[in-house]
Ligand binder design. Sequence first.
Ligand SMILES: [Zn+2]
Ligand SMILES: [Zn+2]
Length: 302
Amino acid sequence: MADYPQLIADSFSGYGHYLLTEVLHPGRGNYYYWLVALSLGFWGLELLWPWRRDQGTFRQDFWLDGFYMFFNYFLFSLIVYNALSNVFVQLFKDGLGLVGIHNLVAVEIGGWPLWARLLTLFVVRDFIQWNVHRLLHRVGWLWAFHQVHHSVEEMGFAAHLRYHPVETVVYRLFEYLPLALIGFGLTDFFLVHLFTLTVGHFNHANLYAPLGPLKYVFNNPQTHLWHHAQELPRARRHGVNFALTLTLWDYLFRTAYVPNEQANLPLGFAGVEHYPATFAAQQLEPFAELTRASRPGPSAPP
Ligand SMILES: [Zn+2]
Ligand SMILES: [Zn+2]
């Protein structure tokens, strides 16, 4: 059995050291500076070629979403996630060890060429995430957390990373086992993370780039804006366009919906104008919402 208190302490100091090293040492393999560079790049494109021309240089919630970017990409890991996930993985391994399983890898793809490994990781992970995203819209308590992302009323690249950190935990829980079964190590993730970060910024950006036939494969601003539409036809009330990176799944499973490429859709959900506007209040709102929902009254996914 692992020494769990030591594991937690090591996780905090290890991640703190990693974050400090990232900030102090710019370089090509550095998430922190890639996030900064990609964000500045998309912001520049939005200012040069805006899809919605009436949107300001600093759109509504620009700074709030900027904070969310760094919080969700870096700080949350420092505060809790890294330790939590290391403990979970160790508990899981110890649990398996108790029943005599010492190697979880079911399909060994370590010998495959790098491009094949990365492509497999990317496609498998994206399909899991598409399914989790559908769950976030279908299950009442998950929707309470996912509402933070849908509280965006004016869309821009930084809205990509406005989400409640509980979402991170939910996504990673669903991803962990399938990815462990195909034997992925953390080092495999860098290029995939960078690519998905780029597409995520892109599909939230205030840019007109519908991609032509590639729209059936990759997410884009014209498709994702409808995911945030406040009003949808009744038959589609549980949501449309759940793609994170690949729209392929939405076209395959008939959840794609882009009736037109209207730039100015009302975004959010019924009552979004009353949703809390600050980071701290948005962190607490899902818990308040669930408390209210446990009493009689309306609180269902859209
Ligand atoms: Zn959503
Ligand atoms: Zn979104």
